[in-house]
Design a protein around this ligand. Sequence first.
Ligand SMILES: *[C@@H]1O[C@H](CO)[C@@H](O)[C@H](O)[C@H]1NC(C)=O
Ligand SMILES: *[C@@H]1O[C@H](CO)[C@@H](O)[C@H](O)[C@H]1NC(C)=O
Length: 488
Amino acid sequence: MEFDTVVRNGIIANASECILGQDIGIKDGLIACIGIGLPVSASTSVIDAQGGYITPGGVDSHVHLEQWNTPTGDTWETGTRSAVCGGTTTVLCFASQNQTDQSVLPVVEDYLGLAKGRSACDYGIHLILTNPTKEVVEKELPLLVRYSGITSVKLYMTYHPMKLGDREILDIMVATRRLGITTMVHAENHDMIELIIETLEQRGQVEPYYQAVSRPKIAEAEATYRAISLSELMDTPILLVHVSSELAAKHIRDAQTRMLPIYGETCPQYLYLLSDRLRGENFEGAKCVCSPPLRERPEDTDAMWTSIANGTFTTFSSDHAATKFYAEGGKRLGLINGRPVFAKIPNGLPGLETRLPLLFKGVEEGRITIQDFVRVASSNPAKLYGVTRKGAVLPGYDADLCIWYPTGKLEPFVLKNSMLHHDIDYTPFEDMTFTNWPRYTLLRGKMGWNRDDGGFIGKFGGGNYIKRTVSALAGPRNVFVNEWRPPI
Ligand SMILES: *[C@@H]1O[C@H](CO)[C@@H](O)[C@H](O)[C@H]1NC(C)=O
Ligand SMILES: *[C@@H]1O[C@H](CO)[C@@H](O)[C@H](O)[C@H]1NC(C)=O
């Protein structure tokens, strides 16, 4: 067989083990084989990994691009470009139902239309449900699963005007259980937060820092436990998104110990940043406003690392939900006539490009293993969300690869926003020191990022839409019962 590309001299890292001393042969965008001393012809391009790790291309399963409510964020082009430059080859983004939308079919169609021909990496979409009418849940969701390959929904327990009540969540769970699709839940107790915000405002405590005060850990832990209870009653798998604190992680762990189908996700900001980042001159703290907020103490960031290492967290995503700082309609919306109002600061951080390097730092520093890295950054998100042929370096899989520098080869460097490829005027990880970074990224065999020569060389529109299948990881516990019935 003649290969289009052969990758040599790398340590191939999968979620199960590492393979040494073998080449990867790529043909027609797929990994054709892994073997010793693969033959090359005059037309084969050869990539020498020089002893660096080769991990599966990143699967970032929580990304917000061009939603109508983030007007100053990244576009499909700039967001996916930054993904590729950070080793990520698949993103899952959100089509979002407005509460006034009676049908979600046009919502999905519009969002797919927006992305078409623009993405530099492969992509799929989740659906955010804010108005789960009978029609939407019983008639439209099955159509989306069957014809559009949309096999996950996201629900909010907080935020006007997206918040759902428990009853609405239960109704959705009946449907998602039947369809075998993944339900993502943003778990924070809305009423607690609303009361605290009002109280802080009355007291004039309106600086960005108070955003962290307004969303305490107990609000996250309570809603997490409640979501788990709803899921247990309904025997429906759920994924708790962007978990930020130790007690919430413990609720997830306890549920898993009881063999409930509960999954958890965390994000780079909850591994590295504390709420002191919300202080600072000139409203700079607004740059780090996200929900759940950054936590006060390193106990929580440490617990997030532990929860990756001990398997509590299933996935690790960026929750890229970027808003520029200086642009009109950006982070400074929270500055009204020169006076800060933290509750008006748009939520969210940029992080598509820095996600993998930040997690890889944890491998280099011995906090997690390379297998943990691959599991939460690529393999599990692919399995959980029904993305077949991605998330592993194995024959038959897409040739999506992220090739790292050999340990010690790259001079340690300090990150500057100007090095990144998003269209956001800051990174919360400015000035952090890195000792590695994705050197090459391949999307279905084509090089899209070459850090040493050419930088971003991918193609807008080169990414394919992924019609996803039902989850390979998350099924109801009692698979013999098709329809949910009340437990006796
Ligand atoms: C959703 O509603 C908001 C106003 O609440 C509007 O500005 C926006 O355009 C709507 N989005 C869509 C996709 O209809
Ligand atoms: C694993 O992580 C969970 C959640 O953070 C924690 O409660 C538990 O103590 C951890 N277990 C071990 C053995 O580290």
